[in-house]
Design a protein around this ligand. Structure first.
Ligand code: ADP
Length: 626
């Protein structure tokens, strides 16, 4: 009686200890290892084990369900077994906690073969899943018919065993196993009941710890989310600040770039107006000075136009409004023309400019947007010359490989520091260099160049070494030749086209030019008058007119050469050219050179307007006939 009472008290005491532990700690490992130790002492067994199976995580109603997905802690949650409504497949497990009476008892921690011997069928798990206890007084007798299992138990010194399942949320989580090693043992009823009770408490502790870990995991995920979101906001803020700074810098550069030529135009023209604007003025400037002034006004205007063209070009390309005008042209001719454009500038800066065209004649014809490819080369060459000091070299190269034209612009200039290279193709980025103030520029050229290359499906890359030089390499694949679009889609005409069209008149005779300009302006056309044949080609390149009217006898250059030159530049969607002729012979010669039509001098207003209208690039707003 006494013994039974004492045992009862001991059981109560131990149970109390375990439940207190469970209440006090959320650390499952502490709870389980203490329980194993205490229970072994209480039952006076040689070995007490916890065999843990992979268990599906507990199902709880979870407002943050989406956050917890994929956030398992492998320490606590094994992945759920493949779903099978009838019979879940056996889960593998291992011994995770152990208490031994002495070191002579073999440790079974991390012993995995257990599954091989027990789980040939999932029967044993089924048995425990139902909550049943296994109580074996002597394995020698019990497993006599299972020699493999018996042999394994002998090896592990097991003679008697008492096993109770730990069931968490209706799932078999693991087993609590007591081993008697030396001799058989008759397990008392009270011991069996007690083991069962302990497993029930452990189940609660495990479930509680799982929930706690899950909450921790969610907390961790939320914290990480908050951190990531904060970082993203911070990055976005930095990017916005950067963009803002780049914009401010761009505005500062642009206002400098725009203001300088405008100051020249306004300052010098007002000086001239002051001197010559009033009748009866007696002061005059020497002719040389006047020419100098006018040249500055002209150069400033050209510079402004180039700048504005770049800005508009870029915005059009970015808005996806640019359509390539595909035509066939000669690569070697393009290179020579481009080199020609820069010949004087290179000479002025004492930079040696050379071309290298290792092209086989059969590869010389190429299909792309001639004007855009030329624009790409102009940008690269202009930078190369700008950033190459005196006595340096700039080489423009082109060759063809697999239907791709490869252009290379190599200079022996200042180079680009490595840390600044990633910014090179960014808009509005002028690289910070000691030379930055020394050179003009808006930081748009390369951004536009890259976009134009990419419009062709090509690539642009560069290599650069500071103080040694830079080489840009552009790959442009040959484009499929499409039928000419009857509608004008050219970017330049899209945004600069006046409804009636834009015309350039190249005429050195002031009276004729004035008449033409007045008639056409009154008819709604936009007209630019150029007097000089020598600079006409460059101005046309900048102005991008729809048509030109050209006199045949100009100082410095004859009109036929201008016509021929313009005709050779591109074959698709050509510029309309009208020659101003006086004889039939001139007429024929101009048409042979490539003019679209001729207008006889002296100019007859109706004939002029009809002829221009016939070109069909725009309809005059007003009818000036009669
Ligand atoms: P920008 O109109 O200012 O020249 P770009 O976009 O053409 O604008 O060039 C951007 C910057 O890249 C230049 O300001 C210059 O710092 C650098 N850069 C471009 N080409 C070269 C080159 N060939 N050598 C050295 N630096 C160059």
């Amino acid at each position: 009686m006494d013994d039974a009472l004492h045992e009862q008290l001991e059981q109560e005491r131990l149970l109390n200890q375990v439940t207190t532990q469970i209440r006090q700690s959320l650390e499952l490992s502490v709870i389980l290892s203490t329980a194993v130790e205490q229970l072994r002492g209480f039952l006076q067994v040689d070995r007490l084990l916890i065999y843990q199976l992979g268990v599906p995580r507990p199902k709880i109603s979870d407002p943050l369900e989406d956050l917890s997905s994929g956030a398992e802690d492998p320490e606590l949650f094994d992945p759920p077994a493949a779903p099978s409504p009838e019979k879940p497949p056996p889960l593998l497990g291992n011994i995770t906690y152990e208490a031994r009476s002495s070191d002579t008892i073999l440790s079974l921690l991390e012993w995995r073969e257990i599954d091989r011997c027990f789980s040939e069928t999932s029967e044993y798990q089924e048995y425990y899943r139902r909550g049943s206890i296994r109580c074996i007084a002597d394995v020698e007798a019990y497993y006599r018919s299972c020699p493999c299992l018996l042999e394994m138990l002998r090896q592990k010194q097991v003679r008697a065993k008492l096993v109770a399942p730990i069931i968490v949320q209706a799932e078999l989580w693991g087993l609590l196993i007591a081993h008697q090693c030396g001799q058989p043992r008759e397990w008392k009823n009270s011991e069996q009941k007690f083991l069962k009770k302990i497993t029930e408490h452990l189940s609660i502790a495990i479930y509680q710890a799982q929930l706690y870990a899950q909450v921790q995991q969610q907390k961790h995920t939320l914290e990480k989310r908050v951190k990531d979101r904060t970082q993203a906001l911070h990055d976005a803020l930095l990017a916005a600040q950067c963009a803002n700074r780049a914009k401010s810098e761009f505005l500062a550069t642009m206002s400098h770039e725009l203001r300088t030529p405008l100051t020249h135009v306004i300052g010098i023209s007002s000086t001239l107006l002051r001197l010559y604007g009033q009748s009866g003025t007696t002061r005059t400037l020497p002719v040389e000075k006047q020419v100098n002034y006018l040249q500055t006004i002209h150069d400033s205007g050209e510079h402004l136009l180039a700048l504005i063209n770049d800005i508009l070009d870029l915005s059009q390309v970015e808005a996806g409004k640019t359509v390539l005008k595909i035509s066939e042209f000669s690569l070697s001719k393009l290179i020579n023309q481009t080199l020609h454009t820069f010949r004087d500038r290179a000479k002025q800066r004492n930079v040696h400019l050379a071309g290298d065209i290792p092209i086989r004649p059969e590869c010389d014809r190429f299909i792309a947007d001639h004007r855009r490819v030329r624009q790409i080369l102009l940008n690269l060459l202009s930078n190369a010359i700008k950033f190459t000091p005196e006595n340096g070299r700039v080489t423009l190269r082109v060759w063809v490989e697999n239907k791709t034209a490869i252009f290379q612009v190599e200079d022996t200039g200042i180079g680009i520091p490595e840390e600044q290279q990633p910014l090179l193709f960014e808009k509005f980025q002028q690289l910070d260099s000691p030379y930055r103030r020394q050179y003009g520029g808006t930081g748009l050229g390369l951004a536009l160049t890259k976009q134009l290359v990419e419009l062709h499906g090509g690539t642009i890359e560069f290599t650069s070494v500071v103080n040694k030089g830079t080489t840009f390499t552009v790959h442009i694949p040959a484009q499929p030749l499409v039928k000419k679009n009857p509608y004008k889609t050219s970017l330049q005409t899209d945004y600069t086209e006046s409804p009636q069209g834009r015309l350039v008149v190249i005429e050195d005779d002031e009276e004729t030019a004035t008449l033409i300009c007045e008639l056409l302006t009154a008819a709604g056309y936009q007209v630019v008058w150029l007097m000089d044949g020598v600079t006409a080609l460059r101005s046309i390149e900048l102005l991008q007119p729809d048509a030109i009217l050209v006199d045949l006898y100009l100082p410095g250059q004859n009109g036929y050469d201008i016509i021929r030159h313009l005709r050779e530049e591109t074959t698709a969607d050509p510029l309309k050219i009208i020659a101003l002729t006086t004889t039939e012979a001139e007429r024929e010669r101009s048409l042979t050179a490539g003019a679209d039509g001729c207008i006889n001098k002296p100019i007859l207003p109706n004939q002029l307007l009809n002829q221009i209208e016939k070109l069909g690039f725009g309809k005059p707003a007003q009818n000036t006939e009669g």
